[in-house]
Ligand binder design. Structure first.
Ligand SMILES: Cc1cc2nc3c(=O)[nH]c(=O)nc-3n(C[C@H](O)[C@H](O)[C@H](O)COP(=O)(O)OP(=O)(O)OC[C@H]3O[C@@H](n4cnc5c(N)ncnc54)[C@H](O)[C@@H]3O)c2cc1C
Length: 412
């Protein structure tokens, strides 16, 4: 039995490390157990590595499409090994930063697997750690579905794809959530032939319907093949028969059909945060849950924003059009092509859409460069009940994509 801790945490992803740092800042004695790498899935296998690779792929694509800007790049090529090397360096740098923050905050970090015995006890490597409070922040793992079980060679997960030694010539992606869409964009940027298969009626099924349709249009113009209302019927070697009768023979298949919390059974009194909570599986959701738990700062879960990265970005928050009763709302849509900044950048694909009820903005849905930052501006207004009329009083800079938000206020 060791000395007693104020807070014991299992899992060092965004939920766990945020809880640890915020509790330590309040003077609590904190211990955190992490069996792999600090930073969790987000830093080591999720948000950060994919966005690093996405950036490399985007640069390659931009150089291949720069002639219309009067810029000519010859002999542009890429080296997958160097792309992954850079990705590893980015991850390593951020990991070091976290470790330093832990050291400075005097958080005890145990690099080992741990088991939560009850609401006040953690066991790891034969030792018992009594704690006043225990947080379970063990995250989630790729979902396995029947017939598409990972063999980690042909049928791969979002973990496996990060460790590919070379790029396949063709890739089938099953599932068009954020992970599927981002990898479709990355691989397509790098010249891999992509086929996306989605069971739902539209791509990105959790998005506003017009966003989904726009993504489909963008994929069509970029030659990214996709099938909706379709799943895999049969696999025979590399030959895949889809339920719509199509036969595809990809070199690899990325199965990205969701993630399952790493929690077998919930223990009474233990607090579950992040992906382990079984709620919204996003890093910032886990971070906000942790801050709510430690600092008591409440947040509006219904206003957790979503972002899908790539060009153009896709971002939304609040209610979607399909959530609202007809006639109960107003909508305004500004096409990105109407914006001076978009024309200058040659990034004219997309729209900025606001939904309102009475004098309240209730939803924002954006397909546009910088959508992640634009959405956040509107989210601040939504959460604080800042009316469209009040927002009209703000001076938006020109030329910017934010002008699209300003413009859309006058169309509500
Ligand atoms: C490819 C991909 C891209 C993503 N992109 C984004 C994005 O752009 N934005 C976004 O918001 N979200 C993104 N996500 C989701 C995001 O990564 C997760 O929501 C987030 O990591 C959840 O944080 P967490 O703290 O709950 O758990 P995790 O980050 O999963 O961390 C849990 C940690 O617990 C450790 N652990 C588990 N069991 C034990 C045990 N028994 N003992 C000790 N340690 C244990 C694990 O090793 C792990 O490090 C992405 C996910 C993937 C897979």
């Amino acid at each position: 039995m060791t000395e007693k801790y104020d807070l014991g945490i299992v899992g060092g992803g965004p939920a766990g490390y945020t809880a640890a740092l915020h509790a330590a800042a309040k003077g609590q004695k904190v211990i955190l157990f992490e069996k792999e790498f600090i930073g969790g899935v987000c830093l080591n296998k999720g948000c950060i590595p994919t966005k690093s690779i996405l950036k490399s792929s985007q640069l390659f694509s931009d150089f291949n499409n720069c002639e219309s800007f009067g810029v000519f790049a010859e002999g542009v090529s890429f080296d997958w090994a160097k792309i992954t090397e850079r990705k590893n360096a980015v991850v390593e740098r951020l990991r070091k930063g976290l470790l330093l923050a832990f050291k400075n905050a005097k958080i005890e970090l145990v690099n080992a697997e741990a088991e939560i015995l009850d609401a006040k006890t953690i066991k790891s490597e034969g030792n018992i750690y009594p704690c006043d409070k225990v947080l379970c922040c063990v995250g989630a793992s790729p979902k396995v579905i029947k017939g598409l079980e990972f063999d980690h060679k042909f049928l791969i997960s979002s973990d496996d794809i990060l460790n590919l030694e070379s790029l396949p010539k063709s890739l089938m992606i099953v599932g068009s959530g954020a992970i599927g869409i981002e990898w479709a964009r990355i691989m397509s940027n790098l010249g891999v032939e992509v086929t996306l298969v989605e069971l739902a009626k539209n791509l990105l099924p959790l998005a506003d319907i017009e966003v989904s349709k726009r993504v489909e249009r963008i994929f069509k113009t970029r030659g990214i093949k996709f099938y909706t209302e379709t799943s895999v019927e049969k696999i025979d070697g590399h030959k895949i028969t889809l339920t719509n009768g199509e036969i595809v023979e990809p070199e690899k298949v990325l199965v990205a059909v969701g993630r399952v919390p790493n929690v077998k059974e919930k223990i009474e009194g233990v607090i579950y945060l992040g992906d382990a909570s079984g709620e919204i599986q996003l890093a910032h959701f886990g971070i906000k849950q942790a801050i709510e738990e430690i600092d008591g700062i409440k947040f509006e879960k219904n206003l957790t924003p979503s972002v899908v990265y790539g060009s153009p970005e896709i971002a939304w928050a609040g209610l979607k059009e399909q959530d609202l009763e007809p006639e109960s709302y107003k909508k305004s849509v500004v096409l990105v092509s109407a914006l001076g900044k978009a024309q200058c950048d040659g990034e004219t694909e997309g729209f900025i859409k606001l939904l309102s009820q009475g004098d309240k903005i209730v939803g924002v849905h954006i397909v546009c460069e910088e959508a992640s930052a634009l959405m956040q501006q509107v989210l601040i207004a939504i959460q604080n009940g800042i009316t469209p009329d009040k927002l009209k009083e703000i001076c938006f800079a020109h030329p910017t994509y934010s002008e699209g938000i300003f413009e859309s206020l006058f169309r509500l």
